[in-house]
Design a protein around this ligand. Structure first.
Ligand SMILES: NC(=O)c1ccc[n+]([C@@H]2O[C@H](COP(=O)([O-])OP(=O)(O)OC[C@H]3O[C@@H](n4cnc5c(N)ncnc54)[C@H](O)[C@@H]3O)[C@@H](O)[C@H]2O)c1
Ligand SMILES: O=P(O)(O)OC[C@@H](O)[C@@H](O)[C@H](O)[C@H](O)CO
Length: 450
């Protein structure tokens, strides 16, 4: 049944009451599902606690689908949180403007250079930084990077940031804070380094110095499972709201954001609504990437081989549930000892309950995408830390072997300590052989029995 579109005029009064006031103070790059369910919600809540000009101008990279949907509904959209206990729907109005970065380069530069803009956030995926994962520098073989360095209208997020910062400096406007919210280690240091490298390679050393002095790049850790929205999700939202929302997102109720406390020009009252501002992000980052994302990736690579479609479907099978628990308790968890962040049994149980959320369909093929950029921080670094203390990353090797089987044995660059480890090579050979001979289900079913 077709329904009228969500809009400010049609919004029922109780839902409209949640919407914040205030002009734009944040520019966001990467208008995907995650930003809408996470930073947009926390910013709305922060603006309600402490009103201020913290509305968001959000830029999709190339596709106009979400931008068009938002523009047609006064930039309002719904976020539905679902778990076994039920479902909660809210309307979010913190996104005030939207654009398509590549098609509207000048508009994006203006937004980044605007005097009211004080924070820039990014969710452009691991691949969006166009960096070499080993050196942390811009990829020389990326044609978009080359085009940006040659001075064309920016095609990459780093090129877009530099163009906006250049204009900002020319206008004499103050600096700002850039926060990456992507699942990458040291994401602040990474994006800051890429921005300065870009300026240097263009011979704009004055801009490099200005960035060094006026722009902050705190690292951040984000945690909330927000899968790609399905047609079924859209239909359920339409039924619950009585209005059609083509920009709806659905996620779990858990929402965490840890940010290094290093801001150039203020921020919304995110800390008043649950965000954690910390001096040392390293333990939070290692724990999140290894426990949450490491388990996701292990389930994805082994689960896809065994015919599972989602994290919940995999964890519904006893051999996968047991494997994930042992992985957390005996390998990825203990690998965090040097950070003082190893989880206890209760934390592991709570995490597994989250990942098994039966009301969230987090597709394993989405998680498995772009795996060579994800596995180092999620599973290979923990393997290094275990080997250093003489422990054997047997279950991690099964996940890596699952990846190799599932993706047809592609090249996977290994950290040097793994390449040099005879123990790791032996464990990997054993894991590959076991999956080959016995299959995933039988291999996982033996865990804990020998
Ligand atoms: N979805 C989650 O559960 C979740 C949780 C924590 C962190 N994150 C982080 O957020 C990122 C985005 O997740 P999402 O759910 O919004 O995904 P999405 O697919 O809905 O959106 C991805 C966004 O990144 C942009 N993008 C994709 N590839 C790019 C590239 N090569 N160059 C430039 N831009 C590119 C797209 O244009 C889009 O705006 C994840 O990769 C992850 O780093 C997501
Ligand atoms: O977002 P990706 O594609 O990098 O990885 C998929 C998931 O592991 C990830 O999105 C998690 O859902 C998220 O990091 C949970 O906080």
């Amino acid at each position: 049944m077709s329904r009228p579109r969500l809009s400010a005029a049609r919004l029922p009064a109780p839902l409209a009451a949640d919407l914040p006031d205030g002009g734009v103070g944040i520019v966001h790059l990467g208008l995907g599902a995650f930003h809408r369910a996470h930073q947009a919600v926390l910013t709305q809540e922060a603006m309600r606690v402490e009103p201020g000009p913290w509305g968001i101008c959000a830029a999709a990279q190339r596709g106009g689908r979400v931008r068009d949907a938002l523009a047609e509904q006064d930039h309002l959209f719904t976020v539905t949180e679902r778990d076994a206990a039920g479902e909660r729907l809210r309307v979010v109005g913190s996104v005030r403007e939207s654009l398509v970065a590549v098609a509207e380069a000048d508009r994006l530069e203006e937004a980044l250079a605007g005097p009211g803009t004080r924070v820039v956030t990014l969710t452009v995926t691991e691949a969006g930084y166009r960096h070499d994962a080993v050196t942390g520098r811009l990829r020389d073989d990326d044609p978009d990077v080359a085009a940006d360095l040659a001075g064309g209208p920016p095609l990459t997020p780093v090129g877009q940031l530099v163009a906006g910062l250049r204009r900002r400096r020319e206008r004499g406007h103050p600096g700002l804070t850039v926060i990456s919210c992507d699942n990458l280690p040291d994401n602040g240091r990474l994006v800051g380094g890429l921005v300065r490298e870009f300026c240097d390679r263009r011979g704009e050393t004055g801009l490099t110095d200005w960035v060094e002095e006026h722009v902050r790049f705190p690292s951040s850790v984000v945690d909330q499972v927000v899968p790609a929205t399905t047609d079924r999700d859209l239909a359920r939202v339409a039924e619950a709201l009585g209005l059609e929302d083509r920009a709806a997102v659905v996620g779990e109720p858990h929402r965490r954001w840890v940010v290094e406390d290093d801001f150039a020009a203020g921020r919304p009252a995110w800390d008043a609504v649950g965000a954690e501002l910390v001096a040392d992000i390293a333990p939070h980052q290692a724990a999140k990437l290894r426990l949450v994302n490491g388990t996701h990736s292990a389930l994805a690579h082994l689960g896809l081989l065994a015919g599972c479609g989602s994290t919940a479907a995999a964890l519904d099978r006893p051999e996968f549930a047991r494997y994930a628990e042992r992985l957390l308790l005996t390998e990825t968890g203990p690998s965090l000892r040097r950070f003082g962040a190893a989880p206890g049994g209760r934390e592991v149980e709570a995490l597994l309950n989250r990942l098994a959320n039966p009301r969230i369909t987090h597709r394993l093929d989405q998680i498995a995408r772009d795996a060579p950029r994800k596995l180092p921080q999620r599973l290979l670094d923990p393997a290094v830390d275990l080997l250093v203390v003489g422990a054997e990353p047997r279950l991690i090797c099964l996940a890596v072997a699952g990846f190799l089987h599932q993706q047809g044995f592609p090249a996977l660059p290994l950290p040097l300590p793994l390449r040099q480890s005879r123990v790791f090579r032996r464990l990997m050979a054993d894991a590959v052989r076991r999956i080959d001979q016995d299959g995933v289900t039988a291999t996982l079913s033996r865990i804990g029995r020998n």
